[in-house]
Design a protein. Structure first.
Length: 134
């Protein structure tokens, strides 16, 4: 029966499990049918959660924000190494770092909330609310 499973990502696993279940005794049929329904339900829930929260998009925007903050922090550290805390030069460098941090976090938040308010947009390129497997 394992040769009937094509793979998890292509949407054929559950229908093939149901089809394979019809070739066995009645006890095995009911057990495999229940197993196929459970797997299909779990897969549908996971796909729904993925679409609601758009994990790929969130990961990409959070990673970009993290890199921007890391770069700003390293620039701040390099420029302020010789300066006295509280001096005018240090304050300029500190406020530059603070502005870079605020810009990165606000940009990430705006992308996230834009994706929540526009259900057909903001996901992966070309992705809409219909499943490609449906």
């Amino acid at each position: 029966m394992a040769e009937n499973y094509i793979g998890i990502g292509n949407g054929l696993q559950c229908p093939l499990a149901v089809a394979a279940a019809t070739n066995h005794s009645t006890d095995t049929v009911s057990a495999l049918s229940v197993c196929a329904i459970v797997v299909a339900t779990i897969g549908a829930l996971i796909e729904g959660i993925r679409r609601i929260y758009r994990f790929e998009q969130r990961w990409a925007t959070l990673n970009a924000a993290k890199r921007a903050i890391f770069s700003a922090r390293e620039t701040y550290r390099a420029k302020s190494i010789d300066l006295v805390m509280g001096s005018a030069e240090w304050q300029v460098i500190y406020y530059d770092f603070k502005n870079a941090y605020e810009n990165a976090t606000s940009q990430q938040a705006s992308i996230f909330f834009k994706g929540l308010t526009s259900p057909g947009e903001g996901g992966a390129k070309g992705e809409d609310e219909k499943s490609p497997r449906a």
